[in-house]
Design a protein around this ligand. Structure first.
Ligand code: GLU
Length: 331
């Protein structure tokens, strides 16, 4: 039976250091769960081991603790237990919902001018759909290892996001038959996330809205595998003063560099809480936001974090963030 207790996760990828955008999403996810007595699972999404940065897992753990976050289960390292996702892959192949694909990236690029899915990945035109009777046949006939793709049904996928409202995306038009496992054997993010969420009973997924388009693929996989849908909450990303979303390359806003430069984590908490409409008066520990969080007013507008905001994360400067409750000071 599904637990009525909220269970959610923090799911960082160790492909780079966490930045203030991650800090905001993780604080919001943690407040949402903990303010209702829920459980928090920490999962490190390190399946693509070639892209894991040395030392990144330790830096992520230190960043989360510095922000004042804790968890009940984990850190679970995805790479150490791929068995359940591999079994789900086999189940999808056996039921005809997935098929072998021997196309290389270059071949896919050369068949189409440039259609990309809404998240920037290449749309797959379906070249290997119905082409091979099995993975073994595909590999024998081409002499190459095969990847595995999900056979996407036509038509829109619909779901409801607690913040964004009713959503709809036609995955067959957008990403096409997406990869479940690459030709080098690495399991795809979409499959792993769905299987690993279900196995620990995740029923609330609060994350950055860059992953909103992925949700449609995850809904399809949950339906194909008979897994429950969690409540989805996609929060707007944090933008810098030029309106660009914060990225892993932006060292000034990385938590590790802020931590080493002497920034105050309680000011980061104050900034994140204020940006969500939580009426905090000044810097405070993450835990102190819990009683106030039910009054949060999350909006669909992106949060700006300019240079002045960044400077105000350091002690000795006045905190620059106004709570939504306070009137703007006169000019
Ligand atoms: N590991 C993903 C990331 O860091 C997040 C996955 C998820 O929340 O579903 O972008």
């Amino acid at each position: 039976m599904r637990s009525s207790l909220p269970v959610g996760r923090l799911a960082p990828s160790p492909t780079g250091d966490l930045h203030l955008g991650h800090a905001r999403s993780f604080l919001l996810a943690w407040w949402s769960l903990r303010s209702r007595g829920g459980r928090v699972v920490l999962r490190i999404e390190d399946l693509d081991t070639a892209r894991t940065l040395p030392g990144a897992v330790d830096r992520i753990l230190a960043d989360l603790e510095w922000l004042g976050l804790d968890w009940d289960e984990g850190p679970l390292l995805q790479s150490t237990d791929p068995g359940p996702a591999q079994r789900a892959l086999r189940q999808l192949l056996d039921s005809g919902r997935a098929y072998a694909c021997t196309c290389s990236r270059r071949e896919i690029e050369s068949i189409q001018s440039a259609p990309h899915a809404s998240d920037g990945t290449l749309r797959y035109p379906g070249t290997c759909r119905g082409r091979w009777a099995s993975v073994e046949e595909a590999e024998r006939a081409t002499g190459r290892p095969a990847g595995i793709r999900f056979l996407v049904p036509p038509g829109p996928v619909t779901w409801t996001d607690a913040l964004l409202g009713p959503r709809s995306l036609d995955v067959s038009e957008d990403a096409g038959d997406f990869l479940l496992a690459r030709r080098d054997g690495v399991l795809g993010y979409q499959l792993a996330v769905v299987v690993d969420d279900a196995r620990v009973g995740i029923n609330e997924v609060l994350r950055g809205d860059d992953l909103d388009p992925s949700t449609a693929r995850q809904v399809l996989l949950q339906d194909a595998l008979g897994l429950p849908h969690p409540t989805w909450v996609h929060v707007p990303l944090v933008l810098d003063e030029a309106g660009r979303r914060l990225a892993k390359r932006d060292a000034a806003r990385s938590l590790v560099s802020l931590r080493e430069a002497g920034a105050d984590p309680e000011r980061i908490v104050h900034w994140a809480a204020s940006s969500a409409g939580v009426p905090t008066r000044g810097p405070l520990p993450a835990r102190s936001v819990l009683p106030l969080f039910p009054t949060a007013r999350l909006t669909r507008r992106p949060t700006r974090l300019g240079a002045a905001d960044l400077a105000s994360l350091f002690p000795g400067t006045p905190p620059a963030f106004r709570s939504f409750e306070e009137p703007a000071s006169p000019p």
